[in-house]
Design a protein around this ligand. Structure first.
Ligand SMILES: *Cc1c(COP(=O)(O)O)cnc(C)c1O
Length: 403
């Protein structure tokens, strides 16, 4: 806060973002297309079947030849899953969406569906750990990669190699929530003939639409906000019909990491309340972030709206802020980080994020200092997933644990 002589303390600048797009609210709250025999049920039917029988053998053969557009076998298409896929494609303003049994299954399908031996992938910004572990495994198949934490477009351009085929970004990034100039990276990729991919899990399709600014493929872990109730693991890919065809036949059908109809039904339930939940996650997380940024035991808060370096980029690229943030305790000691986490009462200790409940975790495991330093992550870092509870109670809990 700034103080002007004679005028007292100025309030912090307003960081609330624009209201959620009414078109998106309509998509989330629509009941979808009614099936002919669904009795007018408001919730989509759970079509719990492994296969679909067709009237004639010739019709089965025709359907099999075009399995991405026909119900033949639930490892390909299923009506309950397709209901969620239509909603997600519409929210991301993409042609096609395919849902998967996890975010990692979606990520695997993009990399395995599009890359050949000899190709190179450039990862930009702090990237979700298992995505990089998968990239390490792909070296066995002759696919190499680099990671760049330098976010200037010049240094990203100079990290592109002759055999680079794909650029993979997270903005805001994992753990530190640093922004990238997404339209600039997408333009660079298209100039060089590369496929660009955004892991859009943090923002959800409501707060960022990468396809609208030129990104080719969006992936999601739907386990986080889209599910939102900490009861389903799922993922999605949204892209053009052309790229989806390749991903569908070369990876989705063959890797077999499908989403089951019941889990799709849980996602459909989560999507109905996504706009209203995100508004609450946003306001709660901003209240917590502002509280932490003024606390003497906190060195720095990592939230795109509060980062002086990233604030402008965030304001121009994000329509809102979700509830995942981190902060650096004024300590480098693992024991102090662990004691702080154990001292919290409302924040449950656990991995994952994006559910109704507040969660806390730290990337510091006590024995991984070198790896954290290589990623630019301070040892005192604590990550919060701010849930739907009362913001004042959450701040009180943080205050007692910090003292
Ligand atoms: C959780 C997560 C994933 C992986 O999703 P799963 O559903 O756990 O497989 C991918 N990217 C990001 C940014 C995530 O947070």
């Amino acid at each position: 806060m700034q103080s002007i002589p004679g005028e007292g303390v100025l309030p912090a600048p307003p960081v609330f973002r624009m209201p959620i797009d009414p078109r998106d609210i309509a998509i989330c709250t629509s009941a979808g297309e009614a099936a002919p025999d669904d009795f007018g049920s408001m919730a989509p039917p759970i079509v719990q079947t492994s296969l679909f029988s067709l009237p004639t053998f010739r019709e089965l053969l025709d359907a099999l030849a075009d399995e991405d557009d026909h119900y033949v076998y639930t490892r390909g298409q299923n009506p309950t899953v397709a209901h969620v896929e239509r909603q997600l494609a519409a929210l991301e303003r993409g042609d096609r969406c395919k849902c998967f049994g996890s975010g990692m299954a979606a990520i695997s399908a993009v990399l395995m569906g599009l890359l050949e031996s000899g190709d190179h992938v450039l990862f930009i910004n702090q990237i979700y750990g298992p995505t990089l572990q998968l990239a390490n495994h792909l070296q066995r198949f002759g696919i190499t990669h680099d990671v760049t934490y330098d976010r200037s477009i010049e240094s990203i351009a100079s990290a592109v190699k002759e055999n680079t085929r794909l650029v993979w970004m997270e903005s805001p990034s994992t753990m530190l929530f640093r922004m990238l100039d997404v339209p600039a990276v997408a333009a660079l990729a298209s100039e060089r003939g590369l496929v660009s991919v955004m892991d859009n899990t943090w923002s959800t399709p409501l707060f960022q639409k990468p396809i609208e600014v030129g990104v080719d493929i969006v992936v999601h872990s739907l386990t986080k906000y889209v599910g939102g109730h900490s009861d389903v693991v799922a993922g999605a890919v949204i892209t053009s019909a052309r790229l989806m065809e390749q991903i569908f036949y070369r990876a989705f059908m063959l890797n077999g990491g499908i989403l089951g109809p019941f889990d799709a039904w849980l996602l459909a339930r989560g999507i109905r309340t996504l706009p209203i939940r995100l508004e609450r996650h946003q306001s709660n997380a901003l209240a917590v972030a502002e509280f932490l940024s003024q606390h003497a035991s906190v060195r720095r808060v990592f939230h795109p709206a509060l980062d002086p370096e990233d604030r402008d980029l965030a304001a121009s690229q994000l329509a809102g802020y979700s509830g995942l943030l981190s902060f650096e305790l004024a300590t480098d000691e693992f024991a102090a980080v662990a004691d702080f986490i154990d001292g919290l009462k409302m924040f449950r200790i656990g991995v994952s994020w994006g559910g109704f409940e507040s969660l806390v975790v730290s990337p510091n495991r006590g024995d991984n200092g070198d790896s954290l330093a290589a990623q630019g992550i301070p040892p005192g870092l604590v990550r919060l997933s701010v849930g739907l509870e009362d913001a004042d109670q959450l701040k009180k809990d943080l205050a007692q644990a910090l003292s």
